[in-house]
Design a protein around this ligand. Sequence first.
Ligand SMILES: [Zn+2]
Length: 211
Amino acid sequence: MFARLFVPGQPLGRVDMEATEWSLRQAMHQVGGLVLEKVVNADGGDYCGVRLTCGAGHEARFVDYRQKHLLTVLGEVAVQRAYYYCASCQRGVVPKDRALDIVGTSFSPGVRRLMGHVGAKEPFEAGREDLEKLAGIKLKTKAVERVAEAIGEQIEEISRRERAQALADKVVPLKSVPKFYISYDGTGVPVTTDAPHARVRRSRRVTRAPT
Ligand SMILES: [Zn+2]
């Protein structure tokens, strides 16, 4: 790209700003994806020995290294992971997936955050279009729906726990508040009797309340 833009001995000439900014961003994403892939594979696959505990009290044995293709905000990245198998649970155990927060998904945490963000604000199809236009991330509408709904359920679960704790009187404030201020303000209210255009003026009052 640099060679195309800067030909030795030739003036740069007129720059197509939009085409240049888009292609530079795409190129930077590609470079970033290569760097990210190096970084996440620097551990060689996160080998944790021949055996490890599966999480349910059994022993899982190392089988081999397996690759996962992960969609990140910088494009697709291949992640090398040590794969273990627990015969008692009859399931695979991949410690690196837990460490990277990619258990049971091929979307990186960054992409999932964006999917949750658009999924919470607009219809899933519009969210998918926005992700492609704004972030250069190409997805299926169903994927946006699934991830956004899963995040919504997680948030609801956290809220449920907080509500239960609040009702159980187990919430402990981190710091006491010596003074607590409450302010309120009124906005314009149209009056329609004698003076149709009269308005109650905006007012603001600050109340000091002891705690
Ligand atoms: Zn097990």
